[in-house]
Write a protein that binds this ligand. Structure first.
Ligand SMILES: Cc1cc2nc3c(=O)[nH]c(=O)nc-3n(C[C@H](O)[C@H](O)[C@H](O)COP(=O)(O)OP(=O)(O)OC[C@H]3O[C@@H](n4cnc5c(N)ncnc54)[C@H](O)[C@@H]3O)c2cc1C
Length: 387
């Protein structure tokens, strides 16, 4: 996204992606209202809607005392009051295809960054392993580490994230669609079982399902095997007992080891970290992609001018962190509250759980009720692209 926005602003950019293509394991397919508004600003929102998608306005959670919707985006004042679910591989192909329309953009697939080039204490580019197995160098006024939660660039720069461990992990898997599917309000719902939470997101031709379970219990679950997951899903959500029969092999399940982290500094002279490389987000609210994209937009706003003028300083990079760190910390605190008050209670309990009173109260007060959906959709500050 940053490469697209910089190329669009006339800055030459080379994007290195270590994989041969964008098609790999599930890592979230959520495109939030904030991203849709930004894409709309550059005329791409309608085109994105042409890709196969579904829309989610908020999950319905089934508690012991009835159904509850922790947030509902459909009341938000925006052209896009929903999360657009698009396969991440298709989304990334879309963004890079749009970027390829600018002569300043160059994409190198199967190119793995392995070393930073440095001169007089400043990063001046990278050395990477190309598709032919040869080492190559690129020199640049700015190197951006947008290389995810296990960022190589962050490690090479010697930046250490401060981690907190949320109380859960998630197993993601797909379930088939069957004739006569249940109606799903808001496109997503969650079933609460004994010490478990199942999340089901409706997709065009399948269900994306997640099993949220207490951190540290993976080996126990693994030992019980896929049959136990199938049984637990059928108990928690009997409407999905038939779908669950499609789970026959542990390899159908993808583990998301849930983490939340924040780097104390996001920059060095000539180098900037954004997205998961700078801060891994807990999956509560599914905001990881959204926050990574907001970082990219703020970076493009602040850096395109100095880069074009050849006047980039570390102060510009520091300003990116200053503008993004506050919203990141804020949402991480909110996630940790939800994890403790809602998920923690669900996961610790061996019994069916009732809706926590704090959530019931929140839902009754209109002014407060709209805070969680606004935070999930936009964060504490609405990010716009400077035109
Ligand atoms: C199982 C799972 C489920 C998730 N579900 C959701 C969800 O529902 N909603 C949500 O918002 N977020 C979700 N997330 C989080 C989300 O994927 C991240 O927050 C988001 O993708 C971060 O974007 P990014 O661009 O910073 O990093 P990434 O999307 O991780 O992209 C980093 C890219 O850098 C490439 N790369 C890495 N190292 C190198 C290197 N040395 N050289 C060249 N290229 C390299 C990688 O191949 C990758 O393409 C999920 C994550 C996981 C693991």
């Amino acid at each position: 996204m940053l490469a697209l926005l910089l190329a669009r602003a006339g800055v030459p950019v080379t994007l290195l992606e270590m994989h041969k293509d964008f098609d790999r394991e599930f890592r979230g397919d959520t495109v939030h209202p904030s991203t849709l508004e930004i894409l709309d600003q550059i005329g791409l929102a309608s085109k994105l809607h042409e890709l196969p998608h579904t829309k989610v306005s908020g999950p319905t959670l089934q508690f012991a005392d009835g159904a509850f919707r922790p947030f509902d985006l459909s009341r938000l004042k925006t052209r896009f009051p929903y999360i657009l679910m698009v396969a991440q591989s298709r989304f990334l192909e879309f963004i890079t295809q749009q970027a390829a329309q600018y002569p300043q953009f160059k994409l190198l697939m199967h190119a793995q960054t392995q070393h930073l080039l440095e001169e007089r204490g400043a990063v001046t580019g990278v050395r990477y392993l190309g598709p032919d197995g040869a080492q190559n160098e690129i020199r640049a006024a700015l190197t951006v580490g947008a290389d995810g939660r296990f960022s190589t660039i962050r490690k090479l720069a010697g930046i250490e994230p401060v981690k907190t461990a949320p109380p859960m992990d998630v197993l993601w898997f797909r379930l088939p669609k069957l004739p006569g599917e249940p109606e799903v309000t808001g496109g997503a719902f969650g079933g609460i079982g004994r010490g478990r939470l199942f999340v089901l997101l409706e997709r065009n031709d399948y269900w994306q399902a997640g099993l949220v379970f207490p951190k540290g219990k993976y080996q126990e679950l693994r030992a019980q095997g896929v049959e136990a997951v199938r049984k637990s899903l059928a108990e928690t959500e009997p409407r999905f007992a038939k779908h669950a029969e499609a789970l026959t092999d542990w390899h159908q399940l993808n583990l998301l080891s849930v983490e939340s982290s924040l780097c104390p500094t996001w920059h060095r002279p000539g180098l900037l970290l954004i997205g998961d490389a700078a801060h891994v987000m807990s999956p509560v609210g599914g905001v990881g992609i959204n926050y990574a994209i907001q970082d990219a937009v703020v970076a493009a706003n602040l850096l395109a001018g100095p880069l074009k003028a050849g006047m980039l300083t570390e102060a510009h990079l520091s300003e990116v962190q200053r503008q993004r760190e506050g919203p990141t910390r804020f949402i991480q605190r909110m996630q940790s509250f939800m994890q403790e008050r809602l998920l923690g209670a669900v996961l610790r309990s061996g019994e069916p759980v009732r809706v926590p009173w704090q959530l019931k109260l929140l839902a009754k007060i209109p002014l407060l009720r709209d805070i969680p959906p606004r935070m999930i959709a936009f964060g504490p500050r609405r990010v716009r692209l400077n035109e």
